[in-house]
Design a protein around this ligand. Structure first.
Ligand code: PEP
Ligand code: MG
Length: 910
């Protein structure tokens, strides 16, 4: 059997590998091969595959036996290409050794340059280059990197001495120069001696003079760096499996530090902050690779000065940029070195970009004819979540940077509602409302331990919401997202004292009125003000800007049109009345969830009257007051959504969400007020409140259990919905109501509530002399419903997955109380992600698949959607596409993200 091929060579217009082999060769190796194939100037070298990395870890840090011969042959190839010999005392080839995983892990693993220098070779370098400074400095760098990386002498923290830097500092000080480049040759020669002594003293060995020993030391260090701590943390943060391993790239050195005809730099084939076309980047004349990123010298800008400094290099670079974009059909992030006026390519990869740049680049590349619209939609080009940057206010980057520099970061919580908000702290919703009513321009951040429905009005007028408790589907989070408010929740380092009117965090005590800034993209909380810019897309949608005034909007609209052409999933909004219009602007094709209780929060007095009723008659009287508000809200919703389906869910939360001890505590006069209104004693009020207390409210008397015990509530809601629908129909508006039963687990529950709805419908249609088509269906949000979906579909005409509750009940994890362990769980690979943000496909997803299959077996045309918070999460949207749902429904601001994600799922599926 032939030996496994572990080494792939490249250089001189040839290569064993190509860009499709990232799994085997890593991103860097695959692209060095590809660049060599397409004739770009790449210093010759070879890639040792990721399989060797796996072998290395599985076999006690040893290599496959055939590797040595393959490496020797590859060195001989590189020698031929470069016309030099590794370790040769007259014409030496030097090598670099770099890591390169399948996905880039910038700065996480190790690199060693100038490998192959020893006391003999350094003399040859002096002769060849005629530059003694360069030769000794290269040697000095090798010893330092070898010590740091191979022998592990790099200090782990700031408190440990960096022996090499101490020596360099002393030398610089002695010669009065700022940078090593200014040191005399004599000084560098002495440093080489001193560095070797450091190695002897601290690693207990002599610096290896044998070039092959040097090289194998470096190869081992690079493979070893895959297992280092920071690389492991980075992989966890970015969802990169530990099993992938890194490749190691060994490549001929080219020198940017041979004098003023040389340079080194990094660049982008177009601007990746805003997407503007044109090459840009940083370079340093007479410098070696790591000097550009190390920050010890300030680099110059390619687009500003390179044309003047080195016109030939500028031209080569611009042409290479064009070739790369033509070839890769995407913006590239490159590393290059100019040696004696010739540009050499050391790396290329698809560049990371902001959401703004992603949209602009994708649309521009289509317009330039490089790609088609379908390709522009690929998720690697525009991660759907990044569209958020176009839809929400953002911090001005320089102001945020300044806040970071000034150490104003106070805490980090869950990034529950994207956007950036800055404002004055207010602790109570009523204060927020009062302040806002006096001055509509006021900027407020509502800071709460947690939010409750009563805070809704305060949330509406605040720019942002910050809470100490609660997770990604807590009340604060889902209401904020629905309102399009920036929200950071579950920030448990906040110590809020409502009585004192203070929040203590990171040793600082902030008072009401103090400025604070919250970043809903990252979960960061900063002290003080950070300026924000509004979203141009939203400015156009709300009529504050004309479409022709905003290029950002035009490109966004173009991209969305392409997404709509390709997607199969419909996208609806989770919305009540007030944000129905903006939902439409954002592309909603109907309403997937109208949480009727949100409408009640605006009519708490009437709701509380209903709660206080002890007889059916009293309850009906109170409901008669509420029906008017509900009917008006539904009428508005039907009118805005004319011709589109509107799913309205019956009352879901437990009654104590409208009246609890928490409310009494917040407003000490409340018991008295309610006693007076309802003609009862304060004691009666307190008794009723006590009756409503539940020790595990999410599992108590809520959902359809309310409507079953109090059928008059369901009847009132069904009446309001259908009266509004008939009235609209009479006005010539097409209405498609879907009445949804919450939290059912038994077919009998669905039967019970469907019967109440149908009986009410018959009465309403009879009274109004007109009928409308409507559907009745149920949420699937507890496991029993998923497992008995076949039976339930006998009655239910549609399903909507309530994945917030399905996750809560399926995992047995409270959606409001998981903050204490979720961070630990994800950091320690116990859970891959927050299951309240991204559907747990293995467990909850399995329940969903069962419900889809069994439900459709009973009723083949069963319409199925999702309305939990996951409906706006791209990964969950891909999953919904995969399991054949009809639609996803999400909060209004996430609609464009869901549209794009749905298109990406369809494009990917081919
Ligand atoms: C759900 O549980 O997913 C859902 C949409 O209902 P709610 O969040 O209102 O409980
Ligand atoms: Mg629910």
């Amino acid at each position: 059997m032939a030996d496994t091929k572990y080494v792939y060579t490249f250089g001189d217009g040839k290569a064993d590998g190509n860009t499709t082999q990232k799994e085997l060769l890593g991103g860097k190796g695959a692209n060095l091969a590809e660049m060599s194939r397409i004739g770009l100037p790449v210093p010759a070298g070879f890639t040792i595959t990721t399989e060797v990395c796996t072998y290395f870890y599985d076999n006690d840090r040893t290599y496959p036996p055939e590797l040595k011969d393959q490496v020797n042959a590859a060195i001989a190839d590189a020698e031929k290409c470069m016309g030099k010999k590794y370790g040769d005392p007259t014409n030496p080839l030097l090598l670099s050794c770099r890591s390169g995983a399948r996905e880039s892990m910038p700065g996480m693993m190790d690199t060693v340059l100038n490998i192959g220098i020893n006391e003999e070779v350094v003399q040859a370098l002096i002769k060849q280059s005629g530059n003694e400074h360069f030769a000794w400095d290269s040697y000095r760098r090798l010893i330092q990197m070898y010590g740091d990386v191979v022998l592990g002498l790099k200090p782990e923290n700031k408190n440990q001495d960096d022996h090499f830097e101490v020596i360099l500092d002393a030398a610089r000080e002695k010669e009065g120069v700022e940078h090593e480049a200014g040191l005399s040759v004599a000084a560098i020669k002495q440093i080489v001696v001193d560095f070797k002594k450091v190695i002897k003293d601290h690693a207990g060995i002599d610096f290896p003079e044998d070039p092959m020993e040097q090289l194998w030391g470096c190869i081992g260090a690079v493979f070893g760096s895959w297992g280092n701590d920071r690389a492991a943390v980075y992989r966890r943060m970015n969802g990169i499996p530990h099993s992938w391993g890194t490749a190691t790239n060994v490549q001929a050195m080219v020198f940017g530090n041979l004098g003023d005809t040389c340079a080194t730099g990094v660049g982008l084939t177009r601007n990746c902050s805003d997407g503007t076309p044109g090459f840009c980047g940083d370079y340093l004349i007479n410098a070696q690779g790591e000097d550009v990123v190390a920050g010890t010298r300030t680099p110059k800008r390619v687009e500003e000065t390179l044309q003047q400094d080195k016109p030939e290099a500028f031209e080569q670079l611009t042409n290479i940029g064009k070739t790369l974009e033509q070839h890769y059909k995407d913006v590239q992030d490159i590393e290059f070195t100019v040696e004696d006026g010739k540009v050499w390519m050391l790396q290329t990869r698809n560049a990371k970009r902001t959401g703004f740049a992603a949209v602009r680049i994708a649309v521009d590349l289509v317009n330039e004819g490089l790609i088609d619209a379908k390709t522009a939609l690929e998720k690697r080009r525009i991660p759907a979540d990044d569209l958020n940057q176009l839809l929400q206010p953002i911090f001005n980057p320089s102001d945020k940077e300044q806040a970071q520099k000034d150490n104003r970061l106070l805490a980090k919580g869950i990034n529950a509602g994207p956007g950036a908000a800055t404002g004055q702290i207010v602790f109570h919703a009523s204060d927020a409302e009062e302040t806002y009513n006096k001055d509509n321009d006021v900027q407020l951040i509502l800071v709460r331990k947690e939010t409750s429905p009563e805070d809704l009005r305060g949330m509406k007028v605040a720019k942002g919401i910050l809470t100490a408790f609660g997770g990604a589907s807590s009340h604060a989070a889902l209401v904020s997202r629905q309102m399009g408010k920036t929200c950071v929740c579950g920030c448990d380092s906040l110590n809020i004292d409502y009585e004192a009117g203070t929040v203590t965090v990171a040793g600082q005590v902030l008072k009401g009125g103090d400025w604070i800034s919250v970043d809903g993209f990252t979960g960061e909380v900063f002290a003080g003000k950070i300026e924000t810019s509004p979203s141009e897309v939203m400015e156009v949608m709300t009529g504050n800007m004309k479409p022709e005034e905003s290029e950002v909007y035009q490109r966004y609209a173009q991209l969305m049109a392409w997404a709509d052409e390709h997607r199969k999933l419909n996208v609806r909004a989770n919305t009540e009345s007030h944000d129905a219009e903006i939902s439409l602007q954002l592309g909603a094709e109907g309403v997937g969830l109208c949480r009727t209780e949100h409408m009640f929060f605006d009519h708490l007095d009437e709701m509380r009257e209903m709660i206080f009723s002890t007889t059916v008659e009293d309850r009906e009287k109170a409901l008669a007051k509420l029906i008017k508000f509900q009917r008006d809200d539904f009428t508005h919703l039907f009118k805005v959504m004319a011709g589109k389906a509107v799913t309205i869910r019956l009352l879901d939360p437990p009654l104590h969400e409208f009246l609890s001890e928490h409310h009494m505590h917040e407003d000490p006069a409340l018991a008295g007020k309610l006693a007076k209104t309802f003609g009862v004693t304060e004691e009666d009020v307190k008794r009723r409140v006590a009756e409503l207390v539940e020790s595990n409210p999410m599992l108590g008397h809520r959902g359809c259990r309310l409507g079953i015990v109090y059928p008059e509530i369901t009847a009132m809601q069904a009446r309001a919905i259908l009266e509004a629908a008939v009235a609209c129909k009479k006005e010539g508006i097409e209405v498609l109501p879907e009445i949804m039963i919450p939290l059912a687990g038994y077919k009998a529950e669905v039967d019970n509530q469907t019967a109440v709805i149908k009986a009410t419908a018959a009465k309403v249609f009879d009274e109004m002399g007109e009928s409308v088509e409507y559907m009745t269906g149920t949420m699937i949000e507890i496991p029993r419903a998923a497992l008995t979906a076949g039976e339930i579909a006998d009655t239910a005409e549609f399903f909507s997955f309530g994945t917030n509750d399905l996750t809560q009940t399926g995992l047995g994890i409270s959606r409001d109380d998981y903050k204490g362990f979720i961070g630990y769980y994800t950091e320690n690979d116990i859970m891959p992600a927050d299951p309240f943000q991204t559907v747990d496909q293995t467990g909850i997803g399995r329940l969903m698949k069962i419900a889809v299959a069994d439900g459709r077996e009973t009723r083949p045309d069963l319409k199925i959607g999702i309305c939990g918070e996951h409906g706006g999460d791209p990964k969950s949207v891909y999953f919904c596409h995969e399991i054949g749902l009809n639609y996803v429904s999400c909060s209004p601001r996430r609609i464009p993200i869901a549209r794009l994600a749905a298109a990406q799922a369809a494009v990917e599926a081919g």
